[in-house]
Design a protein around this ligand. Structure first.
Ligand SMILES: [Zn+2]
Length: 380
């Protein structure tokens, strides 16, 4: 019997299992040998029938080490930067100058975006994996610890906003994570902003490439509301980033509700996920008759796609730190767009439909002639 880590109910089913997936996607792997011998683990993706939460029941936190070779920078894309600026705009819609806390701030890119407005007095980040790779604004300070009741204690009294973007999907035990944050925001009556992938988008689009080891906790708007309500927070959830992510604004609930029993969800078939995978296996075999095939996107989706679908000759990525490196386990080489053209790539499959326009422009500038496709063409 498996218990849902969000609502604690025991009615759930297995969506998919995969053996030998890389424990990390966004890593710099310098050699083919290192890629082939990269640490692997098992996915057992379960879905709660009470609250809709989706999680990897076989997740082992000790298998993951967000160490020096972790690099999930997507700052090379103008589309992503525009998204980040739009999310900062949502926080900055409050009037005046204010101070903020970012839990799991990475290299403080989002705090930089916020302080660039000139409206942030103090910006404090929490992230044990912070390395200080880029110079940051003097108003920003980063604490290389996890946020918890203990580490929150010496925060200044005049914090006005708390945010946490793309963190909770990496947390295997979301209840204690939200419990600590909720205790803090409730004690000071602060708004909380969260951003995380929307698992309903993944299911709607049969996005088999969006299930991977790092994302051990995947939320729907409903499971997020159930989790926040368990700790006395109300929320409003909005789809952003073409529906792939959700933006959550939460605040202390007026009446203490405690755990609300979630309504049962409708039975869902997951057959489409396997069908989508088999479609791309056939498609890639066809495309390869014309010449080498590349995917565009050497991050999470690309790593999973090239692991599951045979015949990816190279992965194009704009992150210069990844170019010349290899994808974990599949050992697919990661190259620049120019290097892909030199390899005679005839077909390119875009991993994230949000980048299709940007990629099409880039390829046009390079005078590339070939077949350009995208996963989830309907979502682009
Ligand atoms: Zn549940």
């Amino acid at each position: 019997m498996i218990t849902c880590p969000v609502c604690l109910e025991t009615k759930n089913h297995v969506v998919l299992t995969r053996d030998r997936v890389p424990v990390l996607q966004n890593v710099i792997v310098k050699t083919e040998e290192e890629a082939l011998s990269f640490p692997v683990a098992r996915l057992k993706i379960c879905r709660c029938e009470a609250c809709d939460f989706v999680w990897n029941a076989d997740f082992d936190p000790d298998a993951i080490d967000y160490n020096a070779s972790y690099n999930n920078s997507v700052q090379g894309s103008a589309v992503y930067r525009a998204h980040q600026a739009a999310m900062a705009g949502r926080i900055l819609s409050r009037p005046g100058t204010f101070n903020c806390v970012d839990i799991g701030c990475g290299e403080a890119e989002f705090l930089q975006e916020l302080t660039a407005s000139g409206r942030i007095g103090k910006a404090i980040g929490f992230d044990p994996a912070f390395k200080g790779l880029h110079p940051i604004d003097e108003r920003i300070s980063v604490r290389t610890v996890y946020f918890d009741e203990e580490t929150a204690r010496d925060l200044p009294d005049d914090i006005h906003v708390v945010c946490s973007r793309h963190v909770i999907e990496h947390i295997p035990a979301p209840r204690p994570f939200i419990e600590a944050i909720a205790a803090y925001v409730k004690s000071r009556n602060l708004p909380l902003f969260l951003e995380t992938p929307d698992v309903e988008w993944i299911f709607r689009n049969n996005a088999f490439e969006d299930f991977f080891y790092e994302h051990c906790s995947l939320f729907s708007p409903r499971s997020m509301a159930v989790l926040l309500a368990a700790y006395g927070l109300e929320c409003r959830v909005e789809p952003v980033y073409g529906g792939q992510y959700m933006w959550i604004e939460a605040w202390p609930a007026r009446a203490a509700a405690g755990d609300t029993p979630p309504a049962p969800s409708d039975a869902v078939s997951h057959a489409g996920i396997a069908e989508a995978l088999s479609y791309w296996e056939t498609k890639l075999a066809d495309l390869r008759r014309e010449g080498p095939v590349a995917i565009w996107g050497g991050a999470s989706k690309g790593v999973t796609f090239s692991l599951l679908v045979d015949g990816v000759d190279a992965a194009i990525d704009l992150n210069p730190a990844k170019q010349g490196c290899f994808m974990p386990v599949s050992a697919t080489p990661i190259v620049s767009p120019e290097a892909a053209l030199e390899r005679g790539v005839r077909s390119i499959v875009v991993m994230n439909p949000n980048y299709l326009g940007e990629i099409r422009t880039r390829l046009k500038e390079m005078n590339w002639q070939g077949t350009l496709l995208t996963l989830q063409a309907d979502a682009a």
